[in-house]
Design a protein. Sequence first.
Lengths: 235, 81
Amino acid sequence: MTASPLALAVVFRLGPIAVTTPVVGTWGIMLLLAGGSWLLTRHVSVHPSRKQAALEVLVEAIEAQIRDTMRAEPQPYLPLIGTLFLFIFTANWSSLVPGVEPPTAHLETDAALALIVFVAVAWFGIRFRGVRGYLSTFAEPSFLMVPLNLVETITRTFSLVVRLFGNVMSGVFVIGIVLSLVGLLVPVPLMALDLLTGAVQAYIFSVLAMVFIAGGLGGELRERRPGPEGKVTPS
Amino acid sequence: MNLLPIVSILGAALAVSFGAIGPALGEGRAVAAAMDAIARQPESANTLSRTLFVGLAMIETMAIYCLVIALLLLFANPFVH
């Protein structure tokens, strides 16, 4: 029998705090992303080098996605959404490194990520519309919808957790089971499928984060805001 | 013989097997509709496939929920000590 996917392996102890494998993996990915970003943006110039051009393509692609999905200027949301996407993508693909288990295959990492989205929805909503305006989005179609909207806010965060956890963990789990049956070459197509799932899930997590944040901003206000080219965008 | 593990394993198997039927049918319909749309309008294939992927992942999540329930039954069953 394979080990439980819900159990956590303790690597070492910092005083009373037990440091588990997902925590070590998360910090490794954070170091990799932060260090990589620092290295790539050290010599930013108007005439971009190859690396800078590649980075600009990536950032502009994320900006275009945010503009398409949220129908708003991407600048305030780019740091959060971009970081979420890059982190989950790197975490899901970290299973390519032998011996590394993706941190997103554990419930705790996904819960933390979903909590960030939950707080960001309220933060952007309050910053954009004020406390009263944000709270009034809960009564949006009619006042009767308040309990349903409150429940939806909780359940969609929970489904965000279970979606990412289930998809990544099931990939790891299935590969583990197949490996215990046949060792050589047979798990390779499954691992390729796992990479596809990981990329799609990273994309979906960030798209859903965008949709939730855009929902917190409220529909009728955004319609009157000028779009990216200075014209009013229909939504 | 304790009945609880048997019932848990049965429950897990039933959850995965029946939970896979609905999403499978739904995904089949979604892909068929997307194929139809791409055949009619090949120039919008990019937007279509992007939306299709997001939709498929959403549908697939229903099956994943069943898998999570099954794993909870097998590994974190609150009634088995």
